[in-house]
Design a protein around this ligand. Sequence first.
Ligand code: SF4
Length: 317
Amino acid sequence: MPWRKQYHVDPYAVWVSEVMLQQTTVAAVIPFYERWMARFPTAEALAAASEEEVLQYWQGLGYYSRARNLHKGVRTVVLQGWPESVGDWRLISGVGDYTAGAIGSIAQSIVVPAVDGNVERVFSRRFMVSDTGEKLKRYATFWAGRNVDPQRPGDWNQALMELGATVCTPKNPACGRCPVAISCEAFQAGRVGEFPAPMPKKDWIELNHVTVVPFWGDQVGLVQAKPGEWWSGLWQPPRGDVGADLGIGEGEFVGRFKHVVTRHKITLEVRRLGVECHLDGLTWFELAELDEVPMSAPGRRAVNLALAASLRLPGLE
Ligand code: SF4
């Protein structure tokens, strides 16, 4: 992995990789990481960049609050200096227990645990712990904290995470080649499949939204999501509840798709509007430059759907 080359010397490189790896797989992260480090090779380079550019380089990784927090946190570090303890790391924007433990142990040799989902899984099987969620994390952190190697805390944490990622995998763990099989309680009891215990099911909230994509000539009209809204800072066509007046007209129906955000399942009805319109905050972008605009995933999908419909539907220009 490219960030391993910079481990032990550069907390910034570890920080970027750890934030990108939250909710995203290693294979998916690598090209984004390389592109990011080519443009923002140091904390100073990232701190000096605009939020717009940072979001643009994050595009495709999703969960944009991670990018915003990283940007904010890096600016704090550039102003105040690098944290020297896990407690100090935890004061930095977007840095939780896991990230603080990972950066602190890997790049600064601080003797702390770094417990991610992989470690929790190994722990729950190794000791047949049937708790889930925060409780499981707390127990696993306590156990890891008592066992982390004081000489090589970063290697110890990474070894444990790798064991979970490559051997003790969620499905079909390779117990036959596992170095801790002999002491693994779930394996010895033939109950590996029961751990970790399943999380209680989410209560989904179903929402019906409509988005109207305004086109005028070779331009598309977008609004920027406000702080506190979903996709804050990103651009998208005006959106609201089905039946609500978005203030720019109804447009023609071109399609519908589903999008999931946190515990919300949104059914998004897409409409296309082919007349010039005005709305507070509506900004016109050239279609040719759209790839460079940081957009929400459903916003981009809606625009693409409306564009495709222009070619397909008679009467639409
Ligand atoms: S023996 Fe199997 S279940 Fe136990 S830690 Fe190893 S891979 Fe995981």
